[in-house]
Ligand binder design. Structure first.
Ligand code: ADP
Length: 493
């Protein structure tokens, strides 16, 4: 038996998960690493902490499975996207902590670019909307603020990497300096149409081209590990977390879509070889197609998904665990006309209204806690349905099946309501770790452990399906009630 090891380097923890040659999960280990908040709105990670966590979980996972590095045919890496490390090309020594995707330190700079009219130019090349999330301005910040960094970068001594690239460098003992298309597409420096680093954008952000890693397909030979307890094992897969999850869900054809229901929700839809331009504020980015070459993806997110359930538990004290929300919602036959819009931090696609605020409408004397709980769960499905319709409008493709994963996808009520309100089949695999599985698939396909995408699809037998059951009249009534509630959440005083 040959195995594939996936390293899942997330925002709060690093995990190592091992899969067998049938794609079945064998075992895994995880470890959190510290979050560093130097100022309000700033978030950093120590690259050393992350590397140490990766080494520790890899060792622990191998031990748990009774395996050695010789049993592992290939390693795949998936990672928090956009997070930026600048390090010395020779020694691998970072010049500064990793600046995390959530960090807002570059918000003013990005706002200035927007005000100066760069949005369209940036979108046309990168598919991204100017925001502090993306790597470009974070690199610039490091070069501008760390003593001597700019001079060293101009002398060609420094490298930029997202976490995949940095971990590859560490794993291969400094031999490989590369990233993959999906991670490159989140930097705001990569032209997703020509598949090259973009000279004009590098100049706009004042970044020497010599810092940029080679960009390779997500499923290919990246280098041989010489550290981290994986000596001699080839690294054969790399992809950003959401794109890895899309691949792990085997959404490899145009029109296939997944939603990850975590703290927020991340929806990604494969649009095949066509880069769809969004008129609804969605991002256009790169994913991995069935031919293992880059494909285009539309991406939209919901800010408050599972976070709204946490609020029911921690803010309102209406439930004692997230899982309890399911029985509370099922205890009433409907929400009793109550709608909750969890716009805690504004609304994302397709509204893009940072000024919207959380709102509960339709409360009567008969409203109970169960109705509120149900309305909050329903709001996660309504927001998801809004993003799906935006994707349908942009791409001209009708969605018939939604692949789901993430913590809140365990909620059967929510999944059933999602199927009803979106009028499509919701498909939930038993193994919810699509992100790690995607990295394992990418690596295993390249290494020959898995024979092909179709074979992986045929082997999928553990998917629970939720079919839409609601009548069209009721569905449209509910959607129209939701739209009115959203309008109220957006009212300005
Ligand atoms: P993240 O990766 O963003 O931390 P997870 O995928 O671990 O998120 O999911 C955690 C989120 O899912 C939490 O916000 C939690 O409130 C929510 N959640 C977990 N279980 C359930 C459940 N059974 N029903 C509804 N929400 C849930």
């Amino acid at each position: 038996m040959k195995y594939v090891l996936a390293i899942d380097e997330g925002t709060t923890s690093a995990r190592a998960l091992i899969y067998d040659q049938n794609g079945a999960f064998v075992c895994g280990e995880g470890r959190e690493f510290p979050q560093i908040y130097p100022r309000a709105g700033w978030v950093e990670h120590s690259p050393d902490d992350i590397w140490n966590a990766v080494c520790a979980v890899t060792k622990a996972a191998l031990e748990k499975g009774g395996l050695g590095s010789a049993d592992i045919a290939a390693v795949g890496i998936t990672n928090q996207r956009e997070t930026t490390v600048v390090f010395d090309k020779k020694t691998g020594e970072p010049v500064y902590n990793a600046v995390v995707w959530q960090c807002r330190r570059t918000a003013d700079f990005m706002k200035r670019l927007k005000d100066d009219g760069f949005s369209e130019r940036i979108y046309n090349k990168t598919g991204l909307v100017p925001d502090a999330y993306f790597s470009a301005a974070k690199i610039k910040w490091i070069l501008d603020n760390v003593d001597g960094a700019r001079e060293r970068a101009e002398r060609g001594e420094l490298a930029f990497g997202t976490m995949d690239c940095y971990l590859l460098y560490k794993l291969t003992g400094g031999k490989a300096f590369a990233t993959d298309y999906t991670n490159a597409s989140r930097t705001m420096l990569f032209n997703i149409h020509t598949l090259e680093w973009d000279g004009e954008l590098l100049r706009l952000f004042d970044i020497p081209a010599a810092m940029m890693p080679e960009v390779k397909p997500s499923s290919c030979f990246f280098g041989t590990a010489a550290a981290g307890g994986l000596d001699g094992v080839p690294v054969c897969g790399m992809a950003g977390d959401q794109q890895a999850a899309l691949f792990g869900q085997l959404c490899t054809r145009a029109g296939e879509i997944k939603n990850t229901y975590g703290t927020g929700c991340f929806l990604l839809m494969n649009t095949g070889k066509k880069a769809v331009k969004s008129r609804n504020g969605l991002i256009t980015t790169l994913g991995v197609g069935g031919d293992l070459k880059p494909c285009y993806v539309l991406e939209g997110s919901v800010f408050a998904g599972g976070a709204a359930v946490q609020w029911l538990r921690d803010g309102l004290g209406l439930i004692s665990s997230a899982a309890e929300s399911e029985e509370r919602a099922k205890a009433v036959k409907d929400s009793g006309g109550v709608y909750a819009v969890p716009a805690f931090t504004g609304l994302g696609a397709p509204y893009w209204d940072p000024g919207a605020r959380g709102t509960i409408t339709g409360i009567t004397r008969g409203t109970t806690a169960n109705h509120i709980v149900r309305a909050v769960l329903e709001s996660i499905a309504f927001q998801t349905a809004d993003v799906i319709s935006a994707m349908e409008r942009d791409s001209g493709i009708k969605i018939s099946r939604l692949a789901v994963d993430g913590g809140a996808s365990r909620n059967d009520f929510l999944m059933g309501f999602q199927a009803d309100i979106s009028g499509c089949t919701v498909a939930r695999p038993a193994h919810a770790e699509s992100t790690a599985l995607g990295a394992a698939y990418l690596a295993g396909l390249c290494a020959g452990v898995y024979t092909g995408v179709d074979a992986l699809k045929n082997r999928r037998s553990d998917v629970k399906l939720f079919e839409p059951k609601m009548g069209e009249g009721e569905r449209l009534d509910l959607l129209s009630g939701w739209k009115s509630a959203v309008a109220k959440a957006r009212l300005k005083e």
